[in-house]
Each structure stands twice: as structure tokens, then as C-alpha cells.
Design a protein around this ligand. Structure first.
Ligand SMILES: Nc1nc2c(c(=O)[nH]1)N[C@H]1C(S)=C(S)[C@@H](COP(=O)(O)OP(=O)(O)OC[C@H]3O[C@@H](n4cnc5c(=O)[nH]c(N)nc54)[C@H](O)[C@@H]3O)O[C@H]1N2
Ligand SMILES: Nc1nc2c(c(=O)[nH]1)N[C@H]1C(S)=C(S)[C@@H](COP(=O)(O)OP(=O)(O)OC[C@H]3O[C@@H](n4cnc5c(=O)[nH]c(N)nc54)[C@H](O)[C@@H]3O)O[C@H]1N2
Ligand code: SF4
Ligand SMILES: [Mo]
Length: 698
């Protein structure tokens, strides 16, 4: 049999970062084929991964820079386009100061790009005004995990541990649609006799798999977790030795939980007391157990406290920092984990360092060859930054996000974007946001370039180049290099990803997310390396650090090594239903589309599976409206109105409607969503707002 030369690499989409092989395709380009040897997905791919090569096609992607001339985006040469961007930025800087230049990144960018983008903002533009779409993603879990454990890494253990624990509570994750190959870990858990509890206001494909499905009212997970903790205490199921030896802050937290009587929690959440008791029994009886959260409980204006409450449950029962037990967050984007570690976040320097920490500033400034005092301080969070566009932020460089579709209160954000003096967008396709730009720079993607990502387990992976990009396309790193040069910084922005990674290693050394012991060579030979992975100290080539698949087994990463309880209390969602807006809207995903849909809406097979937006509602609500399956219904909130066909199902609570957010235009879910922000993580409340649902006649 003839050997086809295959390039092993990883999927361009979600945080599972499934392994795949790319082989030359008969019709030109590459084809995606199975890569059974990669442990995370063992060859399995969802439809998005299988069809990912379609987005490489010149039919759907950008192949030339575009510059707006007489109001119209017009193909132009690279020099002209880059000159225009540099001009736009220097004008804003001269006229309004460095903070008039905004930068917005993405959790899909490789580590190298995220690192270079953060460095570009701080030392070329000198701006504090940088943030990224990860703020809309897992920032609440990151904040809560950081507080509790002293370190935030999505999962503190590899996925392979899941089938061997005794019980998993999966809170607000629809893994069957959002990470289909990972459903296998839950199936194996059940085959091994373990129990699965799913917490979701909808009976999703994931909830169908559960031994126990709790369907709380959207936005009430905090009360639910407190109610469970109350019962844990009342039933004498706490692990007192563990609490004494490995935690701090229990008394206050215990007192807060005791105020949340099961009957009170039932009233708030709609989850009955017997269901609460059953959940506690399933969670506490086995020797090991885990709680995993995703966007359901996190995308709330109290997401940080909510995740804190679920962590409390783990700590009170001795289920964190022990083998086969723990709390984890299922990070979302392809590099959702790495993207939050290397400095594109408003308050952050590489290696998960804090921009306010003088020692961190000194270390990173030295790697960058600049004066620590020249580094700006922390800037605004993603929504606040987008809201400031056209006001004190006059220009924006956008790399790896499509906020016209994905930001909360999107009509308002679209208006803010239109009011900018200058917008530059780097993208692979003409997204809805790119279409508003003054300059669009077409960049290489995934299979056309090399770079590293860090998956939801904290496993650093190497994506390899497998195909030559179209002629007119350059890399994001090239764009940053060229802009830096034009803005007077000649050195420090290499275009070779490995060179960037070598610098990132040094910048991260000694930080929380320490990558200094990881090299491209190692990543090419191993199935990824889990951070922290410090470079070995000493001479005579000491053995390499093996990486850290499992965290906290000896101690937590806090100063005293103890995990910290969070003394949190229930509070209502930012916008409770009332007479005018009596229904709750929640939002999320479907299996065949990805995020703002910029990429997946360009793939025929995926559009056939998920052609457009819809409003999922209960038959009782549909009956009240007189709406039948497929009829257009309008969903109206204080922010605006969206119209999409009704999808009537008993799998949703009668007081709640659900819309996926993948589409622009009339059916855009984010026209409706509430940008109320979590006070700590600055996460918007994507998962609950008050709406009115109306039949559309005629
Ligand atoms: N097909 C597909 N896969 C994806 C993505 C995609 O766009 N499409 N995106 C990737 C990214 S970036 C992310 S962040 C992940 C997200 O992955 P998930 O978090 O699994 O996705 P969502 O659909 O946003 O939300 C999960 C569930 O939360 C439920 N939910 C809504 N409100 C509440 C609530 O108040 N409490 C609770 N407990 N649950 C609630 C919803 O009904 C939904 O089923 O998926 C990744 N994978
Ligand atoms: N209502 C509601 N809204 C939500 C959510 C929700 O659950 N409900 N979820 C939120 C979450 S969790 C997330 S993560 C956000 C995601 O929403 P967005 O931030 O809009 O994410 P994407 O649609 O993935 O946009 C990525 C863009 O970058 C481009 N791109 C891909 N690769 C590269 C690259 O290498 N370089 C460059 N320059 N561009 C590239 C893609 O073509 C695309 O246009 O949406 C948030 N919005
Ligand atoms: S589950 Fe995620 S990483 Fe795996 S193939 Fe699907 S989109 Fe790609
Ligand atoms: Mo996300």
C-alpha cells in the first residue's frame, strides 16, 4: 500500500484541540483524516473538525488586503494597507494619547500570536486598552479558580481521569454538542459504574445521558450550589480532616450555606428538595467525585461567585487536590487556555503574571528590553473596551474575534464600532466585523502555519503547517512585525513562530503558567506537555521536567498551600422578568456551528445541518402565543428585538426560551443579551435576561 504523507496537527476550532492528520487532497489542498494515536480524541472528530479544510478554500476566504476607498472595501497591496493601519494608529496616538489605540484579541489565536499581540499593545502602542474575547468565555471560572486555588488552569487533571472517578456534576455544559468526542469520557464513567449529574435548564443531548438531570431556572446556579452545600453540612457529609488540613475560610462559608435552606433553594431554582438530596447522595457516596462547569453557570453577572460556590462544594467534601477528584472548567476556544496566559488580557503579562506586580513587570520588561516604568497599567475589560469605542478609544486593531455577532447588546456595540475613527481587522474571512473595517488584513490560519495552542487540560500542543497559503495572505505575526517597524520599533517582533515561542518561554519562566521547559522539538515528539513545565536548572543537561498533568496533589498554589473557601450568598440575576418582559432568555450553541459562525457558516455541510437561528420554547408558551413549529416569533428585550423560527420542545423549561448566537441579522441573539457585568471577572450575563416573546403575524 502506498504511504500518503500525513501531517499530524490539531483542529482549528474548540478547546478539545482534537488531533487530526492532514493529507494532500485529490482536488488540491488538504483533506482531514483520522489520527487515532492522539489520546484526547483517539481519532474521533465532530462535523466541524471533519469539514475544517473547507475554510482553507480560496472560494470562502480573504486573499488580498482590502482598503476602504470612497466608502468601499477595495483590494490593495500589503504596503498600502499596512501604511494605512500604521497611520491610523499614530494619528490617534498623537491626537489623543496612547490609550486612544485599542487592541482586541481572541482565544483562538495561537500562544505565539497572543503573546506578540500583548507585547505589541504594551511596547509599540504603549496602550493599556487591550482585552480579548476570552473575557466573554471562561473569565468567571478563571477568577474563581485563581482565588480558590491560587492558580487557574481549566482542568487540573487530564480528561482520562474522568471515567475513573465516582460521580461527575456537569454544570451548564452541553458537551454532546460543544465537544462531542469528549462525551466518550462520560460514557465510560457510566460504564465503570460512576454517576453523572447534569445541571442545565434544558434537557440537552448531554442531559439525556445523565443519571440525574437538574433543570434550574437560568441564573440560579449559585443558590443551587449553596443548597447542596447546606445539605452536605446538615447530613454530616463534610470531610473535616481535609477541611482542617487543606483549606481556609470554612466557618464563614459554612454560615453562608446554612442560610440557604433546601426549601428556599427550591423556591429560587425550581429544583425540588428530593432532587437536591439525591444529588448530594450521588456526589458524596463514592470515594472520588468531580464538578465540571462550562458557560451555563459562568456567563452570569455573578459567575465568579457561582463558580466559587461549586468549588466550595468540592472543598467541603474533600474533593479537590486529590487523585480522581476536583473542580474543573471546560474552557471553550481552540486556545482558550493559552490565550488567557500570555498577555492579551487587560491586566496581564505573559506567564499568567499580573500587570500590577512590580516583580512581574521587571521580569517581562527585561525580556522585552524596555524600562518597566514604560509598561502601561491594566486597561478595560472586553465589553467596557467595546463600549468605549469612538469615545476615548479612537482606533481599534482586531485580531481573532467577531464582536458584531458575539458581543452582548450587539446593536449598541455595532454602533460603537461604526463610530471609530479607524478600524483594522485581521481575519481569514470577511466577518461581519471585518466588513465594517477601514482596512482588512487577510491572514494565514491553522493548517497554513505553525504554532502552539494549549487545550482545556493545560496540554500545550503543536499545530503544524501542512499547506501553502494563498499568495496574497500573510501571518498575524507578519502584520505585527510590519506595524511595529512602521511605528518605530524595529526589533522584537519576529515572524517565525518558533522564535516567538522561544521568547515566550523566557517571559513565562518563573510565572504561574511556566512554559520554559517546553520546546517545539518536545511538542513534535510528545502528545503535548502540561504546564507548568519549568526549564530544568543546573548544568550538564539535567533531565527535562515532565510537565504537570495533575495539579494540587501536594498543595494548592496559594501562599499557604491551602485552598480558600468563598463565603458567597445567592443574589438574583441582573434583570429579573416582570410584567413587561415575563420570560427568561438564555443563549448558547448548536453542534454544527462555531461561535459567531464566521468560519462555519462558510461550510456547506454545516449549513445544511444548522441553516439558521431559532427560538427554542416550550409547547405551553407556544400555545399561549398561538405559534406552531417553524412560525417566526419575535423575542424582545430592553436592548432590541430578534426574529427567528419557533422550535417547540418539551426539553426546555416553560419559563425560558433559548437561542443560539451563531448568526447575524434579524435572528441575532446578542441583539437581546444584557451586558450586566460580573464585578470581578467583568463577564457579561449572556445566560439570563428578561424578554417578551411575540407571534409575528403576516
Ligand atoms: N458546536 C460548537 N462547539 C463549541 C463552540 C461553538 O460555538 N459551537 N464554542 C466553543 C466555546 S468558545 C465554548 S465557550 C464552549 C461552550 O460550551 P458549553 O458551555 O457547553 O456551551 P453553551 O451552549 O454556551 O452552554 C452550555 C449549556 O448551558 C445551559 N445554560 C443556559 N443557562 C444556564 C444557567 O443559568 N445555568 C446552567 N447550569 N446552565 C445554563 C444551556 O442550556 C446550554 O445547554 O463550546 C466550545 N465548543
Ligand atoms: N449570546 C451569547 N454570546 C456569546 C456567547 C454565548 O454563549 N451566548 N459565548 C461567548 C463566548 S464563550 C465566546 S468564546 C465568544 C466568541 O465569539 P467571537 O469572539 O466572535 O469568536 P469567533 O466567532 O470564533 O471569531 C473569531 C474570528 O477570528 C477569525 N480567526 C480565526 N483564526 C484566526 C487567526 O488565526 N487569526 C486571525 N486574525 N483571525 C482568526 C475567525 O474567522 C473569526 O472571524 O462569543 C461570546 N458570545
Ligand atoms: S470537538 Fe472541537 S476540537 Fe474536536 S473536532 Fe470538534 S471542534 Fe474540533
Ligand atoms: Mo468561549
Amino acid at each position: 500500500m502506498q504511504q500518503t504523507p500525513a501531517t499530524p496537527t490539531h483542529c482549528p476550532y474548540c478547546a478539545l484541540q482534537c488531533g487530526m492528520n492532514l493529507t494532500p487532497a485529490r482536488e488540491g489542498g488538504v483533506a482531514v483524516v483520522e489520527r487515532p494515536d492522539f489520546p484526547v480524541n483517539r481519532g474521533a472528530l465532530c462535523g466541524k473538525g471533519r469539514t475544517a479544510a473547507a475554510v482553507l478554500s480560496e472560494r470562502v476566504r480573504l486573499t488580498s488586503p482590502l482598503v476602504r476607498k470612497d466608502g468601499v472595501l477595495t483590494p490593495a497591496g500589503w504596503d498600502e494597507a499596512l501604511d494605512r493601519v500604521a497611520e491610523g494608529m499614530s494619528r490617534a496616538r498623537t491626537e489623543h494619547g496612547p490609550d486612544a489605540c485599542g487592541v482586541f484579541g481572541g482565544g483562538g489565536l495561537t500562544n505565539e500570536k497572543a503573546y506578540a499581540l500583548g507585547k505589541f499593545a504594551r511596547i509599540v502602542l504603549g496602550t493599556s486598552q487591550i482585552d480579548y474575547n476570552g473575557r466573554f468565555c471562561m473569565s468567571s471560572a478563571a477568577a474563581a479558580g485563581g482565588k480558590a486555588f491560587g492558580l487557574d488552569r481549566g482542568l487540573p487533571f487530564p480528561l482520562e481521569d474522568i471515567p475513573r472517578t465516582g460521580c461527575v456534576i456537569l454544570v451548564g455544559s452541553n458537551i454532546a454538542e460543544t465537544m462531542p468526542p469528549a462525551l466518550r469520557y462520560l460514557t465510560e464513567l457510566k460504564e465503570n459504574g460512576g454517576r453523572l449529574i447534569v445541571v442545565d435548564p434544558r434537557r440537552t443531548r448531554t442531559a439525556e445521558q445523565a443519571d440525574l438531570h437538574l433543570a434550574p431556572r437560568p441564573g440560579t446556579d449559585l443558590a443551587l450550589a449553596l443548597g447542596l452545600l447546606h445539605l452536605v453540612v446538615a447530613e454530616g457529609r463534610t470531610d473535616d480532616d481535609y477541611i482542617r488540613e487543606r483549606t481556609s475560610g470554612w466557618e464563614e462559608t459554612r454560615a453562608a450555606a446554612m442560610a440557604h435552606w433546601p426549601e428556599y433553594v427550591e423556591r429560587i431554582t425550581g429544583v425540588s428538595v428530593p432532587e437536591l438530596r439525591e444529588a448530594v447522595r450521588l456526589f458524596c457516596e463514592p470515594e472520588h467525585a468531580m464538578v465540571l462547569t462550562a458557560r451555563g453557570p459562568e456567563q452570569q453577572a455573578k459567575g465568579t461567585d457561582t463558580v466559587g460556590a461549586w468549588i466550595n462544594l468540592c472543598l467541603a467534601t474533600g474533593r479537590a487536590g486529590r487523585p480522581l477528584s476536583g473542580y474543573g472548567c471546560l474552557t471553550g476556544q481552540g486556545n482558550g487556555q493559552g490565550g488567557r496566559e500570555h498577555g492579551q488580557k487587560a491586566d496581564q503579562l505573559p506567564g499568567y503574571r499580573k500587570l500590577t506586580d512590580p516583580e512581574a513587570r521587571r521580569h517581562v520588561a527585561e525580556v522585552w528590553g524596555v524600562d518597566p516604568d514604560s509598561l502601561p497599567g491594566p486597561g478595560r475589560s472586553a465589553y467596557e473596551l467595546l463600549d468605549a469605542l469612538g469615545r476615548d478609544v479612537r482606533t481599534l486593531l482586531l485580531m481573532g474575534s467577531n464582536p458584531v455577532v458575539s458581543a452582548p447588546r450587539a446593536a449598541h456595540i455595532e454602533e460603537r464600532i461604526r463610530s471609530l475613527d479607524f478600524l483594522a481587522v485581521c481575519d481569514v474571512v470577511l466577518s461581519e466585523t471585518a466588513a465594517l473595517a477601514d482596512v482588512v488584513l487577510p491572514v494565514t490560519q491553522w493548517a497554513e502555519e505553525t504554532g502552539t495552542t494549549t487545550n482545556l487540560e493545560g496540554r500545550v500542543l503543536l499545530r503544524r503547517r501542512a499547506v501553502t497559503p494563498p499568495e496574497g495572505v500573510r501571518s498575524d505575526l507578519y502584520v505585527l512585525h510590519e506595524l511595529a517597524t512602521r511605528l518605530g520599533v524595529e526589533k522584537g517582533f519576529p515572524t517565525d513562530p518558533e522564535e516567538v515561542f522561544e521568547e515566550l518561554r523566557r517571559a513565562s519562566a518563573g510565572g504561574i503558567a511556566d512554559y520554559s521547559g517546553i520546546t517545539y522539538r518536545r511538542l513534535a515528539e510528545e502528545d503535548g506537555v502540561f504546564w507548568p513545565c519549568p526549564a530544568p536548572a543546573g548544568r550538564n543537561t539535567p533531565p527535562a521536567h515532565p510537565g504537570t498533568p495533575r495539579l494540587f496533589l501536594d498543595r494548592f498554589a496559594t501562599d499557604d498551600g491551602r485552598a480558600r473557601f468563598a463565603p458567597v450568598s445567592h443574589r438574583p440575576i441582573a434583570e429579573e422578568p416582570d410584567d413587561e418582559y415575563p420570560v427568561l432568555l438564555t443563549t448558547g450553541r448548536v453542534v454544527a456551528q462555531y461561535q459567531s459562525g464566521a468560519q462555519t457558516r462558510r461550510v456547506d455541510e454545516l449549513n445544511a445541518a444548522a441553516p439558521g437561528p431559532f427560538v427554542e420554547l416550550h409547547p405551553r408558551l407556544a400555545e399561549r402565543l398561538g405559534a406552531s413549529e417553524g412560525d417566526p416569533v419575535a423575542v424582545v428585550s430592553r436592548r432590541g428585538r430578534a426574529v427567528a423560527p419557533a422550535r417547540i420542545t418539551t426539553t426546555i423549561r416553560p419559563d425560558t426560551v433559548f437561542m443560539p448566537f451563531h448568526w447575524p441579522g434579524e435572528g441575532r441573539a446578542n441583539t437581546l443579551t444584557n451586558p450586566a457585568l460580573d464585578p470581578t471577572s467583568r463577564m457579561p450575563e449572556f445566560k439570563a435576561c428578561a424578554v417578551r416573546v411575540e407571534a409575528v403575524r403576516g
